[in-house]
Every structure is written in structure tokens, then in C-alpha cells.
Design a binder for this molecule. Structure first.
Ligand code: PLP
Length: 426
């Protein structure tokens, strides 16, 4: 058994002062059981814990570390910026450069920088309400758009992992404003729209879902949603907080060639520092204060240090487009080899993968929405998680989360993951 004494002691200290011992529920081992590992430092493909153990990292800070940990260019950019700027609360050149870069890559007119994906998504909904004059919105079962009240109805990610049926503290009003549709089911969506379109401001979707495991949109699904949005006069919001600049440089909107009215970002655009953004067409975005009356603000929005890391991250991704093909090749290699070892060991499973995102569900043949994800064998996943952890591989601690491959992971690490998985028996 690995020595995790320091992690265990830190967790009991943390539990005294921090609810559940963690500052975000997804970090707890509430779903898989046991004691979360406290990480001291990381480099490249590896996390290093307080007890001196190393782990191949498939969490990658839940997405931002697409280049691996502490990539030199990103670290240097942060150090350089810190010499000149920490926070001013005034406009900066850095924000302008960042906005230009994102708008150019994402093919959008305007962008507002915020501090998290949650802020980006909740602000996009407010803007959609103002623009359409309607109050409700549609989200999909198992999608996660941050922890703002109205998004926590039928949410994936930590809400699903911890099996919280009804999140407390949310008003009936917020719940009534959220209409939930099953993912990948066009008929159900159209039925809702036929009845309620006059109340629905927007449809928000993870265009590739990553918060119920990795779930791909069926062929033509996103295109059809776009057509429905136009028909029923509601805005289409792609939540690309996870997929933006990860699946391709231009995200799912580029991959599927579907342009939403608004798009939200986070994670990769901050290179590991706190950031989020929402953007889209000028005629919609100009309604935001101070040019319009949709109030949205933030003391640390567009923070110079966060932008330095994010800008460096995006520049590398933009200037080395082959990264995306390499990432995909690695993910496919992992998927194919895991499939082989699970089959050899008679372990029924389903691996969904797209670009550098993937997830493994046990005991099921396919996962295409929240219900099919919930049918997977969580006990086997939990055993598999601990088998890997014990052997120096850190997966996200829930089958409702996606694994993220980073550029720093090489064939050597992939083979270790496959070999350790080969020794996993039911
Ligand atoms: N949207 C998606 C798709 C996410 O995956 C997340 C976080 O995991 C969010 C929004 C919320 O982002 P944040 O945690 O930065 O508030």
C-alpha cells in the first residue's frame, strides 16, 4: 500500500475548517470512497503528493492543463507579468490582446472576460433573457454549467457523483425557470419547444458533454438544435468551458461547424489560473453594461496574471496546431488498448472518446445521455479508480467525469496506464 500519511493528516485538518475537507466537491473521494490525495507540486504529466508519491495525471486540473503541468512558456509568462502587474482594476492592454486573440480564433464579434466558467454561463443566460425578453431556458439532463442556482437542476459533475437528488437552497422560482431535456433526444426537445417556446430565452448545452462522463452528440444533433433555435426564436448557447480550445483550437463550434449565438469559455483559456469568458454576436453582446443595461461586473475580471497564463497557453495552441492531432492520437491509442485489456479480462465496458477527452463506464455497452451513464456499474469504477491510484495513476474520482489527456503525456505513460489496467480484475 502507498504511504499517504501526510495526505490523511491534511484531510483531517482540512475537514475541521473546510466543509467536507475540500474547496470544490469534485475533489473529494465522496463517490469512490477513501481519502483525497493532497498534491504538493506537478510537472509535465505527473502530480507529486505530500508524501512523495508520483501519479500520472488524467485530471489535469479538470481541463485547463492541456499542455501538461508547469509548461515553461506559461510559467515564464506568469513570472514576467507579476514583475509589472498583479491587479489594477483599470483597463489594461493585456485584456485587449486577449479579447482580440479569442475573438479571432473563435470567430466571434465580442467577448467579456470573467473569473470562472460559472460566471460566464450565468451571465450568458441573463443576456439571453434580456435579448429575447423571455425568462426560461432549457438545459440538458447531466450537463453542468457551474453552480449558479438555475443550473443545479439535474446537473452532472459533482452533483451527480455525490448523488445529490435535489440541491438545497435553490428557490422554486429558479427551478421553474429551468426546463430540463434529455441529451441527444431531439424529439423530446421539440416537444418542449412546441409547447413553451414563447417562454424560452435560450438553450444552453455542452456541445460535447463532459460532466456525465464524456458523451458525444449524435450525428446531426447540434445542427438540428440550431435549426430549432432559429425556428422558435431562442438563443443557442454553447457551453465550451470544457471543450473550448481543447477538442480543436476553435472548440466544438469549429469541429461541427455550428455557430451558436453565444459561447462560454473557461479552463484552457486561463492556463490553470482563474478565468472565464462569454462572447458572441455584437448585436447581443452590446447589451451588456456599460454599453447596455444587462449588468455584469467583476473586481478581478480580466486579471493581468490570469491573462498572462491564458494568453501563453492559447498562443502555443494556436502556433502548434499539430498538438490537437497528437492529443487525439494518444487518446485513441489509450482507448483501443484499454478496450483490448478489458475484453481480455471479460470486463464489460464502454469507452467514449473525442479528441483528448474520454471516459470509461463499466457494465454497459453504450452511454449517450445521463440515464445511460447512471446505469453504469459505479462499484467497478470505484475499484478500478483505486487500483490505478495505488499504481500511480490519478483518474478523476467519479465515472461522471471526463479524463483529460495532456500534451505532456507520452507513449510511456499511456503504456503504464494500459499495463496497470491489464492487471485489474473484477
Ligand atoms: N461549464 C462546464 C461545461 C464545466 O465543465 C464547468 C466546470 O467544470 C463549468 C461550466 C463551471 O466552471 P467553473 O468551475 O470555472 O465555475
Amino acid at each position: 500500500m502507498k504511504n499517504i500519511t501526510k495526505s490523511t493528516n491534511l484531510f483531517s485538518r482540512a475537514s475541521k475548517y473546510i466543509p467536507g475537507g475540500v474547496n470544490s466537491p469534485v475533489r473529494s473521494f465522496g463517490s469512490v470512497g477513501g481519502n483525497p490525495i493532497f498534491i504538493e507540486k506537478a510537472k509535465g504529466a505527473y502530480l507529486h503528493d505530500e508524501d512523495g508519491n508520483a501519479y500520472i495525471d488524467l485530471i489535469n486540473s479538470w481541463g485547463p492543463m492541456i499542455l501538461g503541468h508547469n509548461r515553461t512558456e506559461v510559467v515564464e509568462a506568469i513570472k514576467d507579468r507579476t514583475d509589472q502587474a498583479i491587479s489594477f482594476g483599470t483597463p489594461t492592454r493585456y485584456e485587449v490582446e486577449m479579447a482580440e486573440l479569442i475573438c479571432e480564433i473563435a470567430n466571434i464579434d465580442m467577448i467579456r472576460l470573467v473569473c470562472s466558467g460559472t460566471e460566464a454561463c450565468m451571465s450568458a443566460i441573463r443576456l439571453a433573457r434580456a435579448y429575447t425578453g423571455k425568462n426560461k431556458f432549457i438545459k440538458f439532463d447531466g450537463c453542468y454549467h457551474g453552480h449558479s442556482d438555475a443550473f443545479l437542476v439535474s446537473a452532472g459533475s459533482g452533483v451527480a457523483s455525490l448523488n445529490i437528488k435535489n440541491v438545497s437552497g435553490i428557490t422554486a422560482g429558479a427551478i421553474q425557470d429551468t426546463i430540463v431535456a434529455p441529451y441527444n433526444n431531439l424529439e423530446a426537445l421539440e416537444t418542449i419547444l412546441e409547447k413553451q417556446a414563447n417562454e424560452i430565452a435560450a438553450i444552453i448545452i455542452e456541445p460535447v458533454a463532459g460532466n456525465m462522463g464524456c458523451v458525444l452528440p449524435k450525428e446531426g444533433y447540434l445542427e438540428a438544435i440550431k435549426v430549432l433555435c432559429t425556428k422558435y426564436n431562442c438563443l443557442l448557447i454553447f457551453d465550451e468551458v470544457m471543450t473550448g480550445f481543447r477538442l480543436t483550437i476553435g472548440g466544438v463550434q469549429q469541429l461541427k461547424n455550428v455557430q451558436p449565438d453565444l459561447v462560454t469559455y473557461g479552463k484552457v483559456i486561463g492556463g490553470g489560473l482563474p478565468i472565464g469568458a462569454f462572447g458572441g454576436k455584437k448585436e447581443i453582446m452590446k447589451q451588456i453594461a456599460p454599453s447596455g443595461s444587462v449588468y455584469q461586473a467583476g473586481t478581478l475580471s480580466g486579471n493581468p496574471i490570469a491573462i498572462s497564463a491564458g494568453y501563453a497557453n492559447l498562443k502555443i495552441l494556436k502556433d502548434t496546431p499539430e498538438i490537437y492531432a497528437n492529443l487525439e492520437e494518444k487518446a485513441i491509442y489509450l482507448k483501443e488498448n484499454l478496450t483490448e485489456v478489458f475484453n481480455k479480462n471479460d470486463i464489460k465496458h464502454c469507452i467514449n472518446q473525442i479528441g483528448s477527452m474520454m471516459s470509461v463506464h463499466f457494465g454497459v455497452d453504450e452511454v449517450y445521455d445521463f440515464d445511460s451513464s447512471k446505469k453504469s456499474d459505479i462499484n467497478t469504477f470505484n475499484k478500478y479508480f483505486h487500483h490505478l491510484l495505488e499504481n500511480g495513476i490519478h483518474l478523476p474520482p467519479s465515472s461522471f467525469e471526463s479524463w483529460f489527456i495532456s500534451d505532456a503525456i507520452s507513449l510511456k505513460e499511456l503504456d503504464i496506464i494500459v499495463n496497470v489496467s491489464a492487471s485489474f480484475k473484477l
